[in-house]
Design a binder for this molecule. Structure first.
Ligand code: BGC
Length: 530
């Protein structure tokens, strides 16, 4: 460990992502809420994790399931009240769970009072300068050719009915999500007050939505081609990764460090590892999600390649990496890795693998159960990305199955019997139920509990060093090896046949080994080499 490295709770934390709408419904209206989450916190604590990250529950028209915020410092009545949030925070802390919230600084809801004021104030007003308003061309076209990440144009008319108001406003996502103009210092001041509001309450950290896209190229020039923008935020320098954005995180880092204990900043920085790592330099965020890694398929070379890039980035910038395989935007890993029984086994092995790596691990609710992606019937899809562009993320957001029995959507809803949950629960969902897996020692849920406990134990004894070097290789037969220092090896069989394990003692494996010294396809293990 070098002198600049800190030793903080989050370096090796396991953090559980809660998507409140689909976690537990305490009032029986078919939508998960804060009461439901509070009642089920002991379940999360029983996983042995260190913290939860809650996706947005602030007031919102819910066009993008809360990522269109109309009041950054409130609680949407759909989810409960501020008193309930305060209670939730306190209960989580009593259980030893820290709480991270989502902050959405790239855009707000078109129902946000500052956007409404901007619309009313008209072209050229200081109110409009809080957002990106610009007049269209003389022939009625938008100010530039940018496309929205959700599909369709990235501009909408400010007042379609008015002949005098020729302004358009920019929205990288849906038209209900206008982008803030971060070149206006008032926007930075506003967000500082938002951060202080939650930090003062005792919230332990923030996940920063679309963190790399706040600043757009000065003058908002046309992209060389329309498709260059459609490709999204990852590779488009006009709408992402502008140098000015780093000053925002330097300011937020100073703010996070005013508090005791320091608050954690983790960014959704969907860039390649080398660029993303620049957001975790010593005076910026503490962590960024491993976007190049998170959506990979079952491909040993790709894992080793991206793993090595993340390791290089860590060695350059010093911040420990984070590991994640799922979130609410991605196809569930069991489906991505091939689906069916094979996909489930692989997802379980992959989860064990990332828990064996140095750096924080993020688990998305239901991943501990091995939930697959659900095919949601077209008529029941609600994702704005689907309606604008054709990609549907609803299949990873289905309510959690708590009970095997289907009553009240497998125990998701309590209180009154709901008409139906906000997304349909498929046939057979009860096979994944928490209740069922809790009583099965061989279940994915019990494997996760054992792995998290072992990880804690090994970390506590210094066998898992928080800042271990990792080297990634692929051996014959598709055996992925992640070597931690000299004596710990994480192995995963990603080929089609069984492979020989490196010599050593197997501490844990995703499934029992069928023959000593061999790993069957779709299995993984942590090995200590003496
Ligand atoms: C969130 C998405 C959301 C988008 C716009 C993200 O990356 O994770 O769920 O739709 O930002 O806020």
């Amino acid at each position: 460990m070098t002198a600049t490295m800190t030793d903080t709770w989050w370096d090796s934390a396991v953090i559980y992502q809660v998507y409140p709408r689909s976690f537990a419904d305490g009032n029986g209206d078919g939508i998960g809420d804060l009461t439901g989450l509070m009642e089920r916190l002991p379940y999360i604590a029983s996983l042995g994790v260190d913290a939860i990250w809650m996706t947005p529950f602030q007031p919102s028209p819910q066009v993008d399931q809360g990522y269109d915020v109309s009041d950054y410092c409130g609680v949407d009545p759909l989810f409960g009240s501020m008193e309930e949030f305060d209670q939730l925070l306190q209960s989580a802390h009593l259980l030893g769970l820290r709480v991270l919230l989502d902050v959405v600084p790239n855009h707000c809801s078109s129902a946000h009072p500052l956007f409404r004021q901007a619309l009313a104030a008209g072209p050229g007003s200081p109110e409009r300068d809080m957002f990106h308003f610009a007049p269209g061309s003389h022939d009625g076209l938008p100010p530039n050719n940018w496309q929205s990440v959700f599909g369709g144009g990235a501009w909408s008319r400010a007042s379609p009915e008015s002949v005098d108001d020729k302004d358009w406003y920019l929205h990288l996502f849906s038209s209900a999500q206008p982008d803030w103009n971060w070149r206006n210092p008032a926007v930075g001041d506003y967000f500082e007050s938002v951060l202080r509001f939650w930090f003062d309450k005792g919230v332990d950290g923030l996940r920063i939505d679309v963190a790399h896209a706040l600043f757009k190229a000065p003058g908002l020039p046309d992209a060389p081609s329309v498709t260059a923008v459609v490709d999204g935020l990852r590779s488009n320098p006009l709408v992402s990764d502008q140098e000015d954005v780093h000053e925002v995180y330097r300011r937020w880092r100073r703010l996070a460090q005013e508090y005791t204990p320091h608050r954690l900043l983790v960014g959704e920085v969907n860039l390649d590892p080398a660029r993303a790592a620049r957001y975790t330099r010593a005076d910026e965020m503490h962590q960024a999600f491993p976007y190049a890694f998170i959506g990979l398929g079952w491909d040993a070379d790709a894992w080793a390649g991206v793993g090595s890039e993340l390791e290089d980035a860590r060695q350059t910038h010093g911040a420990p990496p984070t590991w994640a395989l799922e979130n609410h935007d991605l196809v569930r890993s069991a489906t991505r890795y091939g689906g069916g029984a094979t996909g489930s086994e692989r997802a379980r092995a992959a989860l064990l693998t990332i828990l064996g790596l140095p750096g924080a691990a993020y688990i998305y609710q239901g991943q501990e159960l091995g939930l697959p992606e659900v095919h949601v019937p077209v008529a029941e899809r609600v994702d704005p990305m689907w309606s604008r562009g054709g990609v549907c993320r609803d299949g990873a957001r289905i309510p959690l199955p708590w009970t095997q029995e289907s009553h009240r959507s497998h125990g998701f809803s309590q209180g009154q019997l709901p008409d139906s949950p906000w997304l349909p629960v498929p046939e057979g969902w009860g096979n994944y139920a928490i209740e069922r897996q809790h009583h099965d020692p061989d279940s994915s849920l019990q494997l996760l509990r054992r792995a998290v406990e072992l990880r804690r134990h090994l970390t506590g004894r210094g066998i898992f060093g928080k800042h271990d070097d990792v080297s990634w290789t692929v051996q014959a037969g598709g055996l992925l090896l992640c070597q931690r220092q000299e004596n710990i090896c994480i192995a995963m069989a990603m080929g089609t046949g069984r492979v020989r394990l490196p010599a050593g003692e197997v501490l844990i494996s995703a499934r029992p080994l069928q023959a000593a010294g061999w790993l069957e396809p779709g299995n993984s293990a942590w090995i200590v080499q003496n």
